[in-house]
Write a protein that binds this ligand. Structure first.
Ligand code: ASP
Length: 441
């Protein structure tokens, strides 16, 4: 019998998880049961993916750079990548602003709903923690991000998933130095990293065997810990504005794939779908990164010289979904609380949301922290920030799941675009976890 494709298996796992979560919500003690016995499966899966992220980035980036025939090619790839990333993010924000100004989801929110949302969330630990974190980030100088990118201890940088850019910086430095010592001297190191790269990709295949069960656990847990459904309904217009914008972004990417990458957009979506489904289930582009890399390289055919740089950098700085959401959420809050935004304010939102999405960590809920900075940039009163965040808090998790899908799709699209433009898009060569199983059985 033909085995069901991975994306179908994952999709079934997700649907079963949602149904199971719904059933458990209606049973006494169901939520506790899910928390104690089901949630750990999902958490372990996410931990496994994060576990291999740093070795994978290092091994594949070294392989990518040391395969280059000359360094100028790397500069070329780097400049194109950053340019396209900024371009797609600005398009995402502009699209978000257009939609929210046309739909005006904030205008219909009643005083009563605002009061109810404020009472429920404004003083909650999560909202206050997000404001505190944003204040910490804001107090840094304009070049702080450059300072932060350079580690003073390579091992320490590798020890934390939060310092992805530091790891990338160190690895590029190492890779370029390997090119400069010449092929003969760098050969042993190159062989080591090539082999490490193969092995870590095999680890991705093995982890993915459990993906359908893990997404079941992740989604069951999301359902049992979700908020009051009444409040969700009050925010439906806002949620649909964000989701509509995110769907339009998918259309935009598909046009890019069809016109510039010259691949069938539906084929492309099918190839990267397991990464998209995991982005939805985990709400974290960082956790999804190993799978995004595997899909883009093996299933789309992007050469490692491109993907090894474009994808890890993208997971950290390119967040089109997050930036679109920040634009919609900022204007929605302003509309709901009758805070007038001028045209200049909207331009400020484009700029700050661009910087904020670059600065957002690739983890669940990070986009909301940076939203505080966007709001403050347009002069939103500090004492109303908590109320503003409280308004959107109830739907933040589902929207986070959706925007993370766009963040990951954007990275995959741009890596294919860059690969095509530098002649590095080849034929796909998918590998299975058991390709060499017979030899060791
Ligand atoms: N969860 C998103 C990501 O990991 C970031 C965010 O928008 O909160 O890409």
């Amino acid at each position: 019998m033909k085995k069901l494709a991975l994306h179908w298996q994952i999709l079934i796992g997700m649907l079963a998880g949602i149904l199971f979560g719904l059933v458990m919500t209606s049973i006494d003690g169901g939520a506790t049961f899910v928390g104690n016995w089901i949630k750990p499966l999902g958490t372990i899966f996410v931990k496994l993916l994060k576990l291999i992220a740093v070795p994978l980035i290092i091994a594949s980036l070294i392989k990518g750079i040391s395969d280059l025939k000359d360094i100028s090619k790397f500069r070329n790839i780097g400049l194109r990548t950053i340019g396209i990333y900024i371009g797609t993010t600005v398009i995402a924000i502009t699209l978000g602003l257009l939609l929210v100004n046309i739909v005006k989801p904030g205008n219909g929110i009643s005083e009563e709903t605002i009061t109810r949302l404020t009472e429920t969330y404004a003083n909650s630990g999560s909202v206050q923690a997000k404001i505190a974190e944003a204040t910490k980030q804001k107090s840094s100088g304009p070049l702080q991000f450059m300072e932060d990118m350079v580690p003073d201890n390579a091992i320490k940088a590798m020890g934390s998933n939060k310092s992805m850019l530091q790891v990338i910086f160190f690895t590029i430095f190492l890779g370029i130095s390997m090119l400069l010592v010449g092929e003969k001297k760098s050969k042993p190191l190159k062989k080591f990293f090539d082999s490490l790269n193969e092995v870590v990709l095999k680890m991705v295949d093995l982890i993915m065997l459990s993906a359908p069960y893990a997404v079941f656990a992740l989604l069951a847990n999301v359902v049992v810990s979700s908020n009051d459904p009444d409040l969700l309904i009050a925010l439906l217009k806002y949620a649909f504005t964000v989701i509509g914008g995110l769907l339009l972004m998918i259309v935009f990417y598909m046009i890019l794939v069809g016109v510039f990458v010259k691949k069938n957009p539906l084929w492309f979506l099918k190839q990267i779908s397991p990464a998209q489904l995991l982005a939805f289930s985990t709400s974290s582009s960082a956790a999804t990164l190993p799978v995004t890399m595997e899909r883009v390289e093996e299933h789309v055919g992007v050469d490692k010289e491109v993907s090894s740089f474009v994808l890890p950098v993208g997971a950290t700085i390119n967040m089109d979904g997050t930036s679109l959401y920040q634009a919609v959420a900022a204007v929605f809050i302003a509309q709901a609380l009758s805070f007038d935004l001028t045209f200049a304010d909207q331009l400020t939102i484009i700029l700050t949301a661009l910087l904020a999405s670059i600065g957002s960590a690739a983890v669940p809920g990070a986009g909301m922290v940076m939203l505080v900075i966007v709001l403050e940039a347009v002069g939103f009163p500090g004492d109303k920030l908590a109320i503003g965040l409280a308004l959107i808090f109830a739907v933040d998790r589902p929207l986070d799941m959706c925007r993370t899908v766009i963040n990951v799709t954007g990275d995959a699209t741009v890596s294919s675009l860059v690969a095509k433009s530098v002649g590095k898009l080849g034929d796909p060569s998918p590998k299975n976890w058991n390709d060499h199983y017979d030899e060791v059985k």
